[in-house]
Write a protein that binds this ligand. Structure first.
Ligand code: KIV
Ligand code: ZN
Length: 515
């Protein structure tokens, strides 16, 4: 029996980006979108175009450069949002406007302060408006997980009549339980008279750790689009994880009567890229993409796997891209090899000068490290882009003295708005000393909320990748830096975070303001 197609809708660049500190630049979004396109994701939600000029530009850049996936922009059920989304999507081969309004009694009463009838009216107006601008319109009932089923049936029927071709049922607050959520999807599909004119979609948050289970229960009950993110990134406990959904469906064809188009070989490289760019490390025991996901510790398991792999393995590590960690370039690789590998990774430089600068950094790294992996290239490109951006703070030099039994001292030179300033500080360790020296110059008034170091690849010559999270006046930002010297990586990460906090642009959050 032929299987239905399950649409994979990735919202890493929109809902994933709503995780505090996970904001991405336009360029970073394009890099991730290119990976998603290669993975054959059907729909990429690239952002919330009206949030800020930067968000608009990012959606536009993704729409202009990704041609094999549908590109989507979120919009509230407001004319201005919908017009902005349509404008950002103008260059897309295939574009979608995703408009939403809250439907639960609690959201309608306290957030929207609207009567249910007004909500239906506004939803219909928004869908019609969007359909006048674009053929592909998705409508979401925010907080559907806590909405009344009779009301959902009414608003969804009206939205389909108005032209919505995808109907999304978000469990916005992660409240649903698989059996109940699956039954809700089943009721909607069977009760709504025009349900056959739309694809029913699910969008689950992970507050109870059930986002993937809820999404899969809904697929069994007829949902044919799943909204998810790489690494399960997303607000609070995150969204349903793309890799877990896709691999559950592939691994259990006996249970799921659907196929996806996803090429799983791109899963691990994309997971790493998202982690590098956002600074959100993947926990080692995370299914599919965690470092331990395919590691067998116990002797009994190892013995079984060696004798016959399927004794303990239900998936192959290489199928999801684990062996993609192959050496790609080395000390003797030339500029052309460097450039073509970057092109394969979907990385473009705006100018030859920027490419040259990256090549110089590549040569320096290859001298220290000999074997260069894709992950090294991604980190190097992030560093080059950060260095060439017009940023307030730039690291010029760093010198650290650290000896057993003595207090470490850091001397640093940082360029601030083009003028070099130096400082010297002691600390409990070399990183602490470097951060104190930077703060003498920056005097930023920020609080360090998180500091973490990860090895990008394996071996002691690996680059250390440092993530720093800073807080100022309630705003959280992440900064990343990579270097074979982890004190230098730490300084780069701190300076990166300072630059992000300085470029403080006001952004709208789609769910915070009343329609
Ligand atoms: O969780 C949610 O309800 C959302 C909607 C805006 C689709 O992200
Ligand atoms: Zn969401």
């Amino acid at each position: 029996m032929s299987k239905d197609h399950l649409v994979i809708f990735d919202t890493t660049l929109r809902d994933g980006e709503q995780s505090p500190g996970a904001s991405m630049t336009k360029d970073e979004k394009v890099r991730i979108a290119k990976h998603l396109e290669k993975m054959k994701v059907d729909v990429i939600e690239a952002g919330f175009a009206i949030a800020s000029v930067g968000d608009f530009e990012a959606v536009k850049a993704v729409a202009d450069s990704v041609k094999d996936s549908t590109i989507c922009s979120l919009s509230r059920a407001l004319d201005a949002d919908i017009e902005r989304a349509a404008e950002a999507l103008r260059g897309a081969n295939s574009g979608r406007i995703h408009t939403f309004i809250a439907t639960s009694p609690i959201h309608m009463q306290y957030k929207l302060q609207m009567q249910p009838e007004q909500v239906i009216e506004q939803a219909v107006r928004a869908v019609k408006k969007a359909r006048n601008l674009i053929a592909d319109v998705e409508f979401s009932c925010e907080d559907a997980g806590r909405s009344e089923i009779d009301f959902l049936c009414r608003i969804i029927e009206a939205a389909i009549d108005a032209g919505a071709r995808t109907i999304n049922i978000p469990d916005t607050v992660g409240y649903a339980i698989p059996e109940q959520y699956g039954s809700m999807i089943h009721q909607l599909i069977t009760r709504i008279p025009n349900a056959d004119k739309a694809i029913f979609s699910v969008h689950c948050h992970n507050d109870l750790g059930l986002a993937v289970a809820n999404s899969l229960a809904a697929v069994q009950m007829g949902a044919r689009q799943v909204e998810c993110t790489i690494n399960g990134l997303g607000e609070r406990a995150g969204n349903a994880s793309l890799e877990e959904i896709v691999m559950a469906i592939r691994t259990r064809p006996d249970i799921f009567n659907v196929n996806t188009r996803i090429d799983p070989a791109h899963i691990v490289p994309t997971s790493r890229l998202v982690s590098t760019i956002t600074g959100f490390a993947v926990q080692p025991n995370k299914a599919i993409v965690g470092k331990n996901a395919f590691a067998h510790e116990s002797g009994i398991h190892q013995d079984g796997v060696l004798k016959h792999r399927e004794t303990y393995e239900i998936m192959k590590a290489e199928d999801v891209g684990w062996n993609a960690n192959a050496i790609v370039l080395g000390k003797h690789s030339g500029r052309n090899a460097f450039r073509s590998r970057l092109v394969e990774l979907g990385i473009n430089f705006e100018s030859e000068a920027e490419l040259n600068q990256a090549f110089v950094l590549f040569k320096q790294l290859a001298d220290k490290k000999h074997e260069i992996y894709d992950e090294d290239l991604q980190a190097l490109v992030s560093d080059t882009k950060a260095a060439s951006a017009e940023e307030r703070f730039k690291l010029v030099t760093l010198e650290v003295q650290s000896k057993t039994g003595e207090t470490p001292v850091a001397k640093i030179v940082v360029s601030v708005d083009g003028k070099e300033q130096s400082a010297e500080a002691e600390g409990s360790g070399p990183v602490d000393a470097a951060y104190k020296a930077i703060e003498q110059i920056a005097n930023s008034g920020t609080t360090l909320e998180l500091y973490s170091v990860n090895a990008i690849t394996s071996g002691t010559d690996s680059q250390g990748e440092v993530t720093v999270r800073l807080e100022k006046e309630g705003r959280l930002v992440n900064g990343m830096g990579a270097d074979t010297d982890i004190v230098a990586a730490s300084a780069k990460a701190y300076i990166h975070a300072l630059n992000v906090i300085c470029s403080n642009v006001a952004r709208k959050h789609p769910q915070e303001s009343a329609v």
